[in-house]
Design a protein around this ligand. Structure first.
Ligand code: SF4
Ligand code: SF4
Length: 435
């Protein structure tokens, strides 16, 4: 598979670029899922009726790829129920009614870090996961004996509307500097590279000023071409290294971490307060006062929208994340998660789905795809369950970025087809291995 690294020019709609994050008032209640990360859900250690404070551990890490969960407010546990996950499984979700105090758990203390093991243990305990959307437990990325040539800080933020990362860079550069200093003190990292699209000038200037005396820090300004923030694309554009099929970034000496994740590491190492809140962009064509808001994790979306003045029209489509890769939510009572970087609301006009017509074999999807995947070949091979065709199409690399769907004149459901094609490819491989 060739690595073309194309992409698409999309509208930016970065309405909140210059708005510093504002802290939300305590919500009436929070519902905190025990599964807000890749890996096993955390195990609840509280019961209905228990009193908790801000920063109280409410669910323990369960296995290596997992993450602990902490209360984001003070109050009383009122319900522990099951939540349906996207993989069809369920995981507990813990509801806490606020006492309005936001009092802090007395056990919160600055972690003692004297070596790499201490540092990994601290990041593990912090409950920090990839805040850019993936939700991978952060400590795992640094818990490696393989050499780290480049730590790439993902500041690309290439989806429309979302500005929470660039605003966090400007608002909390001290936390980022603190995290980088401790990470590089205890972990051997040859180089730090900030990868950022050139349209985020305030953030670029902030990084340049903060790291001007560091010879091991580089700032790579990238063209504003979606999807610069996709891990493999970012690695290529910042290092010219290619992550091949079946490889992880660490196999080629790279670790990628989102800028807001790094800021959270800095905050935890300074204060000992685990991940209990995060900055999100609240926007969309019907939000009265678009803002960047620091929100307690587990806050229902409706309270966050209320904090932003409510809606000017009836919401027809509400998304976790941006319009290219975001996930539509079924109710406004769903909670803000650790990896929610934005919530967007649109009315009927913006939510209208275009009519699908037959593929005209224009090749636009292949040309737009950063990896040169051929969705037409994948769709054809899917129909006949042709493993060879699926492999040739390159669909295995598909990251659901949506560039293909964006350019498709026939409005084909390419991303959805690719997801099924990818699953089918893995199933067919499993079958073949058994024969
Ligand atoms: S969704 Fe998949 S096929 Fe489409 S452009 Fe992105 S990576 Fe390529
Ligand atoms: S862009 Fe759409 S119409 Fe063109 S080849 Fe791809 S699927 Fe077919």
């Amino acid at each position: 598979m060739s690595f073309y690294l194309k992409g698409v020019h999309i509208p930016h709609f970065k309405n909140t670029t210059n708005l510093s994050a504002v802290k939300m008032t305590a919500p009436k209640y929070v519902s905190i899922p025990t599964s807000m990360h890749i890996g096993a859900p955390a195990t609840p250690i509280v019961k209905v009726g228990d009193s908790v404070k801000t920063g109280t551990l409410i669910a323990e890490q369960n296995g290596y790829i997992s993450s602990p969960v902490y209360s984001s407010i003070s109050g009383t546990v009122t319900e522990i129920s099951d939540m349906l996950l996207s993989n069809g499984k369920t995981a507990p979700i813990i509801t806490i009614e606020s006492d309005g105090e936001m009092s802090v758990d007395e056990s919160i203390s600055v972690p003692v870090v004297n070596n790499k093991e201490d540092l990994i243990a601290a990041i593990k305990k912090s409950g920090i996961v990839g805040l850019g959307g993936a939700g991978f437990p952060t400590y795992v990325k640094f818990d490696t004996d393989k050499p780290i040539n480049e730590l790439i800080i993902n500041c690309a933020e290439c989806e429309p509307y979302i500005t929470s990362d660039s605003v966090t860079i400007v608002d909390r550069i001290d936390d980022i500097v603190y995290a980088i200093d401790i990470l590089t003190k205890y972990i051997k990292i040859d180089k730090i590279i900030f990868g950022i699209e050139k349209n985020k000038q305030a953030a670029v200037n902030t990084i340049k000023t903060a790291f001007k005396d560091r010879s091991n820090v580089e700032i790579k300004t990238l063209p504003t071409l979606y999807p610069q923030g996709a891990e493999k694309v970012l690695i290529y554009h910042t290092t010219k290294k290619v992550v091949k099929i079946g490889e992880l970034p660490i196999d080629i000496g790279c670790v990628v971490s989102n800028s807001s994740t790094i800021a959270e590491i800095g905050n935890y190492l300074k204060t000992g307060m685990p991940l209990i809140e995060r900055c999100i962009t609240v926007d969309g064509n019907i939000v009265k006062e678009p803002k960047n808001v620091i929100v307690p994790i587990g806050t229902p979306l409706e309270e966050v929208f209320e904090f932003c003045g409510g809606f000017t029209d009836e919401p027809k489509k509400v998304l976790y994340g941006g319009p290219m890769m975001g996930i539509a939510v079924p109710y406004l009572t769903v909670p803000v998660l650790k990896n929610t970087n934005a919530i967007l609301a649109f009315n009927r006009t913006e939510a209208k789905v275009a009519k699908t017509t037959a593929c005209i074999k224009c090749g636009g999807c292949v040309n737009a795809c950063p990896f040169g995947i051929n969705p037409v070949t994948a769709t054809k091979a899917l129909k006949t369950e042709d493993l060879d065709g699926l492999e040739r199409s390159g669909v295995e690399l598909c990251m659901s970025c949506g560039c293909c769907s964006f350019v498709c004149p026939a409005k084909r459901p390419i991303v959805q087809n690719n997801k099924i094609a990818k699953e089918t490819l893995f199933e067919l491989r499993k079958k073949e291995a058994k024969v």
